[in-house]
Design a protein around this ligand. Structure first.
Ligand SMILES: C[S@@+](CC[C@H](N)C(=O)[O-])C[C@H]1O[C@@H](n2cnc3c(N)ncnc32)[C@H](O)[C@@H]1O
Length: 268
């Protein structure tokens, strides 16, 4: 963690930008974490640690998985880190001058609706990101009952395993109904068939959720095959992308897409 923090403090020289990195470039990390600084040391250091150490944030941008101007539903959004990252992309932001070569274009104009169970996280998200106005709003609620509204992209990163299997299926069914035709669900899960890396993910998860105030008796995990089978049964076309580079975990990003509207000519 210390090494990553030091590494993130210094922009890489140009030739190194050509090397694919699973993490955000330091300029982008600094920009996305900055709104949390006035909230105090914990929210700020947490933002820097998570945005800088979790390959999901770079992975989503690098692969162009979030389209410009999308309505994005972030379920279990925590303190709104994805909204902060996307909201910091304005087209004029200094960090975009250092956009990594080979990444998809920066998605501008994304509107995020975050849903989160923990009041303290919602409060932090609202306070830190008030400057984004309509581009970032946060609802305090349980994903099992909250109104999802309408969305083009739904993101669920490391959240579904906190609720039981029936509740997971209900949430996914409601997400499917919420998405516009051609919409996508970006779902990160642990692969229960992955052995030690999966067990390490769960130990770390249990420790972090305890520290954050959750009191969970168990986690509801599935194998990668089971997740994919469930999503296909709901009508999604699914692609699995490992999303744990640089960590000891067994996390997989499932890119689950709905068919585009009939007659759109975009059948591929
Ligand atoms: C591991 S954190 C991931 C946070 C965020 N998705 C990220 O990747 O930075 C899981 C989040 O899901 C939230 N959560 C857990 N159960 C939930 C539920 N039933 N409804 C809404 N949020 C929930 C937790 O409070 C926590 O903020």
């Amino acid at each position: 963690m210390l090494m990553r923090a030091l590494k993130c403090a210094t922009p890489l020289p140009e030739p190194f930008r050509l090397m694919p990195s699973p993490f955000l470039p330091p300029e982008l990390l600094n920009q996305a974490a900055a709104p949390y600084r006035p909230l105090g040391p914990f929210p700020w250091h947490f933002a820097r640690g998570k945005l800088g150490g979790d390959p999901a944030f770079a992975g989503l941008l690098q692969r162009g998985l979030i389209p410009a101007n999308a309505r994005l539903l972030d379920i279990g959004c925590g303190q709104g880190l994805l909204a902060s990252l996307l909201g910091s992309l304005t087209g004029q932001s200094p960090a975009e001058r250092a956009w990594p070569i080979g990444w998809a274009a920066a998605p501008h104009g994304v509107q995020v609706h975050g849903i989160e169970l923990m009041p303290r996280d919602v409060e932090r998200a609202r306070t830190a990101l008030a400057h984004l106005g309509e581009r970032a709003r946060f609802t305090l609620g349980n994903m099992c009952t909250a109104d999802f509204g309408q969305a083009d992209v739904a993101v669920i990163l490391d959240v579904l395993h906190y609720v039981d299997y029936q509740a997971q299926e209900d949430v996914l069914r409601r997400v499917q109904a919420t998405l516009a035709p051609g919409g996508a669900l970006l779902l990160r899960v642990g692969d229960a068939s992955a052995g030690l890396p999966f067990r390490i993910s769960n130990w770390v998860d249990a420790a972090v959720t305890f520290v954050r105030g959750h009191r969970l008796s168990r986690l509801y995990c599935r194998t990668l095959d089971d997740w994919q089978t469930l999503l296909r049964a709901l009508g999604f076309a699914v692609e699995a992308i490992p999303m744990h580079q640089g960590t000891p975990f067994a996390n997989i990003l499932l890119v689950a897409r709905l068919a585009p509207p009939a007659g759109s000519g975009n059948g591929g």
